[in-house]
Design a protein around this ligand. Structure first.
Ligand code: C3G
Length: 600
């Protein structure tokens, strides 16, 4: 169990949260001399660096943009004297990919993994009523023992270079918001809710974890701020008569307020929005509140010009507006858990999320994704580093589920993207991952993973672990593209009929299908890379999807064009966006809008 609280910061009569976003100080450390030279106390000759943001795309030299190795951040914060009897924490939404956090020169925590919170208890290191220095030593190298997987090359001039086994740029830095938090010594550390529907009524089962023994209360308020339930105890159940359910496209959020009491005196308070809904796989259906829902939407990335993977409320807002306009109801957080604000906003908007752990690149290859689908088998799960990788994977799964378990928007966990799945070793590996994940979610959401084309029905050893199966398929792009589209259709049908013959009686969702398309390119008759071809390809795919009743969703790859490593397969990034990187529609956006609106 995690030995810290992952709860999102909030301010109230018991707690204070101060946002530390803004311009920080920064330094690369290619010689890894920082610690020896005492940079944890003060960065020598720093440059300025915005937080949150990826550092890469601010720079004008390749050495800086493509930097791989150690790098440092610094900021100074005044800590008020009123916080003296409180616990003080610094909380980073993430630091990519690993970090140590120093407070006034002392190491307070280290963290592995670049897409989940880094939380350091600094109570014993801060000076109250004074300015304090926070310094982060980070590193963005890729290897096969951490997620996402890749390698690190060394160039002839001694520079390190990231060699991802995945198809997105290795953006790094402090890419999410940073908070300084003060909370009571005895505090609420975690809570969970689960639901049961009973006619018009709902039963809310809750559990609250604190680090003390004082009495705990739990209250629920509706959107009119009327109290609808109140009870005491660390766990319990409350009945909401005529409950407002959280529904797809029609969100309803209650406010949960939790308190710790010493008699009449308040010790701690935490509040959060919750949405009452159930998620269930029933035969071939994905059901929300007992009703089948067909998933329509995207695989996305956190990716934008200049800020890279840095969180930005404006980009988030535009993306949701585009998704609503086009008639989508769902997205997958490919290929890592996103900033928490994405889930909060999806809760508000009634969007569905398949939440994905950063388990991508589990197939060894210098050209990584270019080798997918070719049948090449790299024995990825047969190396001595696998036990360490598994440890990192299990840690990320635990941190993700603990962090996101109360969001009504999250309807499923995706525990991998496109690994090798045909060996005994891969089966053992993922059996361990799935078993661990199943024990963690109080809402028992369905578990899945995204399978690439080598994971064919006759040889895949891992689809049996999934409650519903997610397929990434590129018939008509990587396989039999352009003039061969008719054969692509045939090959696609053959595969889908094999799945059908298995009679699995569970839903299938397409989590990837798409074509690289240049927003400027038109061609009649169509040709690969033209907008017309993207439309033809989509129409062929829809024809297949509509033939199989067990296909219960289509998440096209990708919402928008995004940055990747450079190479012969990519033209300044992956161009499979339905929107370009500036979030303007390609012509395929109108094809999807028409289809998705008509599917309602
Ligand atoms: O290539 C893409 O655009 C996307 O495809 C996926 O990887 C594949 C690459 C090649 C093949 N194939 O050759 O069949 C199948 C899958 C990845 O999940 C995704 O991150 C990437 O961006």
């Amino acid at each position: 169990m995690l030995n810290f609280s992952e709860l999102y910061p909030c301010s109230n009569q018991a707690r204070m949260a101060q946002l530390l976003d803004g311009m920080w100080k920064f330094r690369f450390d290619p010689e890894e001399k920082g610690l020896q030279e005492g940079w944890q106390h003060k960065l020598p000759d720093p440059i300025s660096m915005p937080v949150p943001a990826s550092f890469s795309d601010f720079f004008t030299t390749k050495e800086e943009r493509d930097y791989c190795g150690d790098f440092w951040y610094e900021t100074e914060v005044f800590v008020p004297r009123e916080w003296e009897k409180q616990e003080v924490e610094i909380r980073f939404g993430s630091i990519t990919h690993r970090a140590g956090v120093y407070c006034n020169g002392s190491l307070t925590t280290t963290h592995e993994g670049g897409f989940l919170p880094v939380i350091a208890r600094v109570t014993d290191h801060v000076k109250f009523g004074e300015v304090n220095t926070f310094i982060v030593k980070a590193n963005n190298e890729l290897n096969e023992e951490s997620l996402p997987c890749g390698a690190t090359a060394v160039l002839s001039d001694g520079r390190k270079l990231a060699r991802p086994y995945f198809d997105f740029f290795n953006y790094s830095g402090i890419q999410r918001s940073v908070w300084l938090v003060s909370k009571p010594i005895e505090s609420i550390e975690d809570y969970s809710v689960e639901y049961e529907l009973n006619g018009e009524d709902a039963v809310v089962h809750y559990e609250i974890r604190t680090n003390g023994n004082h009495e705990v209360s739990f209250e629920l308020f509706d959107e009119e701020k009327q109290q609808v339930a109140k009870c005491t105890g660390r766990q319990g159940s409350v009945i909401i008569p005529k409950a407002h359910l959280w529904n797809v496209g029609k969100a309803y959020l209650y406010q949960a307020v939790m308190r710790i009491w010493n008699g009449e005196t308040l010790i701690d308070e935490y509040s959060s929005k919750i949405g009452i809904r159930t998620v269930k796989i029933e035969g071939i259906e994905i059901q929300i509140n007992g009703k089948a829902v067909y998933l329509k939407g995207f695989g996305k990335h956190e990716d934008f010009e200049v800020i890279g993977r840095g969180f930005n409320w404006g980009v988030l807002k535009r993306d949701f507006e585009c998704m609503k306009w086009i008639g989508a109801n769902c997205f997958r957080t490919s290929h890592y858990p996103y900033a928490e604000e994405w889930y909060q906003f999806a809760d508000e908007e009634g969007f569905l999320i398949i939440d994905e752990v950063p388990a991508v690149g589990m197939m060894r290859s210098t050209r990584n994704f270019a080798d997918a689908g070719t049948g090449k088998f790299t024995r990825f799960f047969e190396t001595p580093t696998v036990p360490n990788l598994l440890k990192a994977h299990l840690q990320a799964v635990e941190e993700m589920i603990v962090r996101d378990k109360n969001h009504p928007s999250v309807i499923a966990w995706s525990l991998f993207n496109e690994p090798e799945t045909t060996s005994e070793q891969s089966k053992d590996y993922f059996t361990t991952v799935f078993n661990a994940a199943r024990a963690l979610d109080p809402q028992k959401r369905p578990m899945t993973g995204a399978f690439e084309k080598n994971s064919q029905p006759e040889i895949c050893q891992c689809y049996q672990l999934c409650d519903f199966i997610c397929l990434n398929r590129y018939y008509g792009w990587y396989i039999k593209g352009g003039p061969e589209l008719v054969d692509a259709r045939e090959a696609f049908l053959i595969e889908m009929n094999k799945w059908k013959d298995k009679n699995l009686n569970i839903p299938f969702v397409f989590t990837e299908f798409g074509t690289d398309t240049l927003a400027a390119e038109h061609k009649l008759p169509s040709i690969m890379w033209s907008q017309e071809y993207q439309n033809e390809y989509l129409d062929m795919n829809f024809e297949i999807f509509d033939q199989f009743d067990f296909i219960q969703g289509e998440l096209v790859w990708n919402f928008a064009d995004f940055q990747t490593t450079e190479g012969i397969m990519r033209v300044n990034g992956n161009k499979k966006g339905i929107f370009n990187r500036a979030r303007q529609p390609k012509s395929a956006a109108f094809v999807l809008k028409k289809r998705w609106e008509s599917l309602d």
